[in-house]
Write a protein that binds this ligand. Sequence first.
Ligand SMILES: [Zn+2]
Ligand SMILES: [Zn+2]
Length: 167
Amino acid sequence: MKERPILMSVTTGQPSKRGKRLKSADGLTWKQRNREAVNARRRELYAANPDAHRARQRAYKQAAKDKVNAYQMAWGAEYRAKLRAEMILAYGGRCACCGERQPEFLQLDHIHNDGAEDRKNNPATKLFAKLKRLGWPKDRYQLLCANCNFGKFMNGGICPHQEHSHA
Ligand SMILES: [Zn+2]
Ligand SMILES: [Zn+2]
């Protein structure tokens, strides 16, 4: 088996990266065939400047973490949007008081104004997920638009629309 010559980098004086990537007939990379030497050199470089190596390692780990976080955040936003759309559909897609259908205006309302516990323990997404598991119970929850929800809050538990309709 013919050994491929190790290419030395002109700039670093080390085996060039190009050389390392070349595969020989045995299917191994330069790095794999010279594991001992590579590890020895790595230890040498580490010993020469451990702080720089640790800093680089930290930066590498942080970059990997950032990438994962960005992915999870993008995934999370999509998940939240989908779950919210599902919730709106499950609760009839319109304000129970005035019939508003614009999804951006719609909010989940605690019919009996007992939402403090839910709000304390759950971000909206967690609450929606819980309600989904429970089959979207309708006895305690309904959709209200932001206006009716606020009107209900300001008016002591009943939207002014409803009062006027009874008057
Ligand atoms: Zn409304
Ligand atoms: Zn209303």
